[in-house]
Write a protein that binds this ligand. Sequence first.
Ligand SMILES: Nc1ncnc2c1ncn2[C@@H]1O[C@H](COP(=O)(O)OP(=O)(O)OP(=O)(O)O)[C@@H](O)[C@H]1O
Ligand SMILES: [Mg+2]
Length: 540
Amino acid sequence: MAYILSECVERGIEITNLLVKNFKKLIAIRFPVKRDLKRSSRATAPARDHCKMSLEDGLGKLSLHEKHGADRDHINTQILDKHAHNIKTDELSVTRAKTSKDKANRATVENVLDPRTMRFLQALKSRGVISEFNGCLSTGKEANVYHAFAGYGAKSSEEEQKVLPNQGERREYAIKIYKTSILVFKDRERYVDGEFRFRNSRSQHNPRKMIKIWAEKEFRNLKRIYQSGVVPAPEPIEVKSNVLVMEFLNRGDGFASPKLKDFPYKDRDETLYYYHTMVAYIRLLYQCCQLVHADLSEYNTIVHNQKLYVIDVSQSVQPEHPMSLDFLRMDIKNINSYFERMSIDIFPERAIFQFVISDKLEKFEGEYTNAEDLRQYVAKTLRPKSGPEDEAEDEVFRSLHLVRNLGGLEERDFDRFTLGKFDLLKSLIAHDNQKVASNFTASEQYELSSSSDEEVSEDEDYNESGSGSEDDDGDDESGESSDEEEWLEKSKEIKGKKHEDKDSKKQRKTDAKEAKREKRKTKVKKHIKKKLIKKTKSKK
Ligand SMILES: Nc1ncnc2c1ncn2[C@@H]1O[C@H](COP(=O)(O)OP(=O)(O)OP(=O)(O)O)[C@@H](O)[C@H]1O
Ligand SMILES: [Mg+2]
């Protein structure tokens, strides 16, 4: 034993617990008397001492095994062979041991200011990008925004002029620091996955690295918007890990300019002006900046110098992103619901969507990159929403599964595609042209598929009209005209219900309620569903 152990040490073989255990086993086999002693050792302490002695004796005897002949040698070799794979044979390395990290290294102030972030800020200061780092402007769900003054840094003369427009006057910056200790916005990945620009950083599960990508994404998106010059946005200055420096939108008295949510509109006309501008900006972002904001709301727009500034663009995606159209539809819905609360006439969501994605606008005589021309066009041409009919159409529109092209279809979509449950956006536009004065030509072909039957809206009226898609005969060769007819029929159905008499309406509603009740009976409970999902996941 001693010989083997010394051999192990000499060859740099790590002596593990398992190795010792195996040697003990070896001893137990070779010296059965030890076991008897072990049994008796349970009774008294002296016996235990005896056992120790005998173990040492055993080890001594084992070390002398060479003297006891070839048969013992053979058995030992057999046992060693059996357990050889458990013996670590790589060189002992002392340096490879993990260094334990001090928790203090990660302690944070206000959820963002950990020592590492402080070092980045210090670096920005010593490079002269910023001079004073002031108070917190906002503590949002994913980041804190701080105020800082620009430094007198060593920048190129042109840039320096920008930083210091007037002598003695310093520019103000807003510093957005992403939270690294709390990941509230956990589904960030879906905004990065599918983005060509971030193809190498996909499936990043390290939160710190994910935050870095996120900050870079915001910086790049902001730069794109700022450089386009068509939609106002704060100028991006620097990005370093989770720290983003940008222009501070200042009200003039040291305070930040108000968010659209807090903006005190003078009158209805002014509210309409900002609504129409916002619609024009959504189009400009999409067409000129090749971006969909994906979190556009009254909270992420600032009114600065009577202009609407777009901020918080970290989650913005390019139109190629598989979910860009869904995000676009969501933005339109958010904006519409805010301005609806401001008691002004809003446009149907579908009409805005078409206005945004159409390459060319009919009867448009202005410049496509001019926000004011587009705002005036929107104000003049788009027909405001009127009555429940438009609301029902918007409901249908919200429930559609949007796909850019056949490549963007998921497996379930293919099933529905083969069943012929597809509407072409082109046909929707054609229908819109007949019905509404606004005319658009869709240069891009977008396919739309009806949402899955389970996703049908809660609205009863729509529920029934939506079920019309189930009548499809599965002929996917039927082309646009049949799609169009189907759509017209669907819309007629919605219109028709307006004139039905009271009794039949009541009957229809009770029938729908009954059908829902029946459906609920067979519905799998949410918590059971969750359990099943968990189970299948753990099986994998
Ligand atoms: N450049 C800027 N100039 C002035 N104020 C700004 C600027 N950038 C951000 N802010 C202020 O900070 C707030 C939060 O910024 P932002 O929306 O980018 O961060 P967030 O983490 O997404 O916050 P929230 O969860 O509140 O949306 C804004 O609502 C705005 O009031
Ligand atoms: Mg925000």
